[in-house]
Design a protein around this ligand. Sequence first.
Ligand code: AHR
Length: 504
Amino acid sequence: LRARVALNPAAVVAPVSRRTFGSFVEHMGRCVYTGIYEPGHPLADEDGFRTDVLALARELGVTMVRYPGGNFVSGYRWEDGVGPREQRPRRRDLAWRSIETNEVGIDEFAKWAEKADVEIMYAVNLGTRGVQEALDVHEYVNHPEGTALSEQRRANGAEKPYGIKIWCLGNELDGPWQTGHKTPEEYGLLAASTARALRSAEPDLELVACGSSSSSMPTFGTWESTVLEHAYDVVDYVSCHAYYEEHDGDLGSFLASAVDMDFFVNSIVATADAVGARLKSTKKINLSFDEWNVWYLSRFQNAPLPEEWKVAPPVIEDRYNVADAVVVGNLLISLLRHSDRVTAACQAQLVNVIAPIMTEPGGPAWKQTIFHPFAKTAALAKGDVLRLHIDAPSYDTAKYGTAPLVDAVATHDPATGDVTVFAVNRDVANPVEFAVDLTAFGADLTVAESWTLTDDDVYAYNSKEVPERVTLRSLAEAGGAITLDGGAATLTLPHVSWTAIRFT
Ligand code: AHR
């Protein structure tokens, strides 16, 4: 089996957007409490943040973090989370049937974000709330001084405004499960009026309208079309959310999950552009893929939330295996390939809740398998994304029809001359050869580094006891191979594997 591609430095999709490597911290399960924040933990800093988690978030290469939800935000009152801690109310969180103590709010999260060196993407509640509350939280976080809410922030210890640039206008309001679920007309009007109001306060905010919660929603496409008919001129992004899982042992379909992500992106780009054409607008709406990951959602749907109302109960703490990590690496390949229109993305979520980082309360933190492809892609995808035309053998999948066995993307950094290829082999049993013609970059390129995630057991996983059961190895150590001859590279990619190779 052999796939081939020729790279061309002039075929540029777009520069790599650093916001592609976003993540998500929701007040959900143990993401905040005993995730990023655990005062009393031996490794907690003076603000109660776990320094082991901070170090892992930095190592992961996360650039932006969406906060505070998620479904949680659709019932959230942001003002509960500011001011003296002892006066903050405990509330029911209806989305996850738990108790929110409000010990962490925007001021604490902004401190954490500064320590983690990430940009905040802030989501406002358009489920149970509206324009006024969005304006209020904006005044609190971004207005410099001299107004009631900006002075309240300053009195609470943050003299300077946080300068949050990118704002989500609600969360998944197309979903019947969402508190305050809306029709596309209702949401389109609300998103447009909220966007207009926020823009009168700060014209150059970047605003994200809610798109579809998955490509299988019955309103997929029509939701975006209606919402954008109302909000096209005042928003910059429409959001996309997608979660993938292996169903009924169908590994072949699961490994082709990025086919759906490509379909999702292409469909919504076409939908947004069609609205733009109808409106005779020259403006383009970009996509914010601000929730994506592997999530064994069907297990969650089959196991109802606990009866008892608890603070930070464990919720959807999926344990990820090798195949999941290969899919995550492939989803990043898909996101990068669409860098001309997908200019922001958030893996959901960062810690404990369907997350690359796991913690034990009072105990250690460790990396799940999916940590590795994310961290290496964030570290190595530099410069421009190249447009590839891959000629690959294909296989039949039950879910997505015929899919290529090899998927890949490449980046070229004009500043250093480095070329990095990210590739997956979706074959469940066999290695595949991938011929990569790099001659357009000269004949003297060498392999600077290679990283592969694979295992004889595609269901192997990491745990607190064996945190390094699955890690990255060089392609050769992982059972593959690279030959390079005058700019012609041949990679042998092991079955069910994800690989990154930097040529310099
Ligand atoms: O990330 C978990 C949940 O998935 C989010 O709260 C919601 O937006 C989505 O349905």
